[in-house]
Design a protein around this ligand. Structure first.
Ligand SMILES: Nc1ncnc2c1ncn2[C@@H]1O[C@H](COP(=O)(O)OP(=O)(O)OP(=O)(O)O)[C@@H](O)[C@H]1O
Ligand SMILES: [Mg+2]
Length: 337
């Protein structure tokens, strides 16, 4: 990795498993939602995490933010294992990592006004005193996320806002506590297509203004391409619980190495998330995503890979640095690391 120093967040050998039962009396199984992820996130980083539905993106994001506990492995905050932080350090960690969820309808309390929604974290974390200071801060936050005039939006309830406006309130709430990292989990998926780019632009604009880092999670390579083309940073591609490719955004998009990344990119005809739905059929042996309850042996992608070789079903390929800063887990690149 090119960056040095202590990462803001380090994910080490992370596994997050969920015990499940098929049907009421069915067999017990384990969903390996995250199955061995290593990742360093530095101050100011932009990481776009992309992968199909169910590959473990949300689980990884939630575990990074402290909402889920690792089954194995660890999350380090500024070099310290979060399970070993003092109460004060843990509280700083939780404040420093904020999540913006996919569904702005579910994430905002419908019985509270925008003012109440934004006041709560400010009071909770002692960042503003009630009265004029609090009002001033809420006004500032609303202006930052483009909800102006702020006085008008402060009085509104979530149902009086559009999806895009609600997501802006959720973003304002996330930045209100001065986080160092925002985990934006599919922040545009449930928003009207015409408003999507506005939200991505807002996030990038905020990064310039307040300097947070982002873990931007998306299943849509068009959105990933837009976000990382404007914001730079790194792209990480996830498949069934693992990161199978990661590198500088430009490099991964222009010169993808993993057959899965290549298929994802080919499926996006234009770099515009608003029209990425018109997908071409990607080059895959099979379009079905295997179940994380019963993942394929060896390389988990081998059942769909057009470059399938014998070793692929037998042995899992390690994530190797095939080019400077560009990592891939695929037997095609064996010996290049
Ligand atoms: N609490 C849970 N209990 C059981 N299984 C779970 C739980 N949370 C997630 N899973 C399973 O873990 C796998 C990964 O889920 P996750 O939500 O992390 O994927 P995702 O990449 O965010 O998908 P999506 O694009 O649909 O949001 C899925 O198979 C999902 O069904
Ligand atoms: Mg998800």
């Amino acid at each position: 990795m090119s960056k040095s120093g202590t990462p803001l967040i380090e994910v080490r050998g992370l596994k997050v498993y969920f015990p499940v039962r098929k049907g009421l009396f069915g067999k017990k199984g384990i969903v390996k939602a995250v199955d061995g992820v290593d990742l360093k996130i530095f101050e100011g980083d932009i990481i776009t995490l992309v992968g199909e539905s169910g590959c473990g993106k949300t689980t990884l994001g939630k575990t990074i933010a402290g909402l889920l506990k690792p089954t194995e492995g660890s999350i380090l905050f500024k070099g310290k294992d979060v399970s070993k932080l003092s109460k004060k350090e843990y509280s700083e960690y939780r404040r420093s990592i904020q999540i913006v969820h996919q569904d702005p309808y579910a994430s905002l309390n419908p019985t509270k006004t925008v003012f109440q929604i934004l006041s709560y974290p400010l009071i909770k974390w002692g960042l503003a005193r009630r009265g004029s200071e609090l009002e001033e801060r809420v006004r500032e936050l609303l202006t930052l996320v483009g909800l102006t005039p702020p006085e008008e939006f402060m009085r509104k309830y979530p149902h009086q806002l559009s999806g895009g406006q609600r997501q802006r309130v959720a973003i304002a709430r996330a930045i209100s506590v001065h986080p160092r990292l925002i985990v934006a989990d599919e922040p545009i998926t449930m928003i009207d297509v015409s408003l999507r780019l506005g939200i991505l632009d807002l996030m990038l604009d905020l990064r310039k203004k307040i300097g947070t880092s982002y873990l931007f999670i998306t299943h849509d390579f068009g959105a990933a391409r837009y976000f990382s083309a404007k914001g730079g940073g790194r792209v990480a591609v996830m498949y069934l619980g693992k990161i199978i490719e990661m590198g500088p955004a430009e490099e991964v998009i222009q010169n993808p190495l993993h057959p899965y990344t290549k298929a994802l990119i080919e499926a996006v005809p234009v770099p515009d998330p608003t029209i990425s739905k018109k997908k071409r059929m990607p080059k895959l042996r099979s379009l079905d995503i295997p179940s994380p309850l019963n993942p394929p042996s060896g390389c988990k992608f081998h059942t769909r890979c057009i470059h399938y070789m014998e070793i692929c079903s037998k042995k899992e390929p390690p994530l190797i640095e095939a080019k400077p800063g560009h990592y891939v887990a695929c037997w095609l690149y064996e010996g290049r690391g």
